[in-house]
Ligand binder design. Structure first.
Ligand code: AMP
Length: 284
């Protein structure tokens, strides 16, 4: 694996590879790698000739009082994991490299930001869209891999790619979970023992809700949301940020529980905010 820290080095190298006819699969991350990230690499390796992973904790997508400073980081460990899982190029720029001066132009995401994490993290998706656009420009990726754990991010990035006529194909990848069902996340290390023990209840509850929805036990999305909120309140000490049901990938409020429905939740713990979701396919 080669590690590169500058845009110029990476783009020059990639242009050469593309001239030779190789395709580029790109996996953007904020590091502190786990099997969720590595499953994106695995899928990229299946389709693309060269796999580029970026590790960059993007200050632009963190709001005031959020966990930019305490976001877990371990570059040496990440490097070893990326290398042993077949990443060809690791792009690990510093903040100065990605933002050499203040940005005169940034992206503003207009749709799908008044729901889910967009509601509780104002400006977050503007920061995400801006950095992803920069990274796609730098990597010239043919394919870019995003986890469905961040389902709203997948929907928003897909729209950005369409809006700007980018040539990168966005490939969504299923959520990877711990054996007890907790969605893998870099932030899980910031849970205390008690929080870690109860956190798998989040997915148990989403699965139960999915089964009940399939069995037509809810007549509308509000009933479904209320049921999930009540279950989570009973089982968790964490504070529920939201429980929301939306059409996916449009992120619009569903008129009926029909088609592809995203049931998503976020829970605040002392030092971590966890998100999880399930996509329920309902035949009309
Ligand atoms: P992050 O480093 O948290 O920004 O995540 C980088 C990418 O990995 C994003 O596309 C995430 O959606 C994806 N990802 C994170 N956790 C998981 C997971 N448990 N399963 C699948 N993808 C994940």
């Amino acid at each position: 694996m080669i590690e590169m820290k500058t845009r110029q080095e990476l783009t020059t190298w990639i242009k050469k590879q593309k001239q030779l006819g190789y395709t580029i699969g790109f996996v953007p991350t904020m590091g502190f790698l786990h099997e969720g990230h590595l499953s994106l690499v695995e899928q990229a390796k299946k389709k693309a000739d060269i796999v580029v992973m970026s590790i960059f904790v993007n200050p632009l997508q963190f709001g005031e009082g959020e966990d930019y400073e305490s976001y877990p980081r371990d570059h040496d460990r990440d490097k070893e994991l990326a290398d042993s899982h077949g990443v060809d190029v690791l792009f690990s720029p510093g903040v100065e490299e990605m933002y050499p001066r203040s940005m005169s132009t940034t992206l503003v995401v207009h749709e799908g930001t008044d729901v889910l994490c967009g509601q509780s993290r104002p400006g977050h998706f503007n920061g995400v869209a801006t950095v992803v656009l920069k990274l796609l420009q730098i990597t010239l990726a043919d394919y870019a891999y995003f986890g469905l754990k961040d389902a709203q991010q997948v929907a928003i990035i897909q729209r950005m790619v369409e809006d700007f006529h980018l040539e990168t194909e966005i490939i969504p990848i299923d959520i990877v979970r711990e054996s007890d069902g907790l969605a893998k996340s870099s932030r899980n290390v910031n849970l205390n023992l008690e929080e870690r023990q109860e956190a798998p209840e989040i997915y148990t509850c989403l699965k139960d809700a999915s089964r009940k929805t399939q069995n037509e036990e809810f007549t509308n999305s509000t009933d479904l949301e209320d049921w999930v909120r009540l279950q989570l309140q009973k089982k968790l000490t964490g504070k529920i940020d939201y429980v929301q049901v939306l059409e996916f990938p449009s992120l619009k409020a569903p008129k009926q529980l029909e088609g592809k429905i995203l049931l998503a939740t976020a829970v605040y713990y002392k030092r971590a905010r966890l998100i999880d979701n399930i996509v329920i396919e309902i035949k009309g």
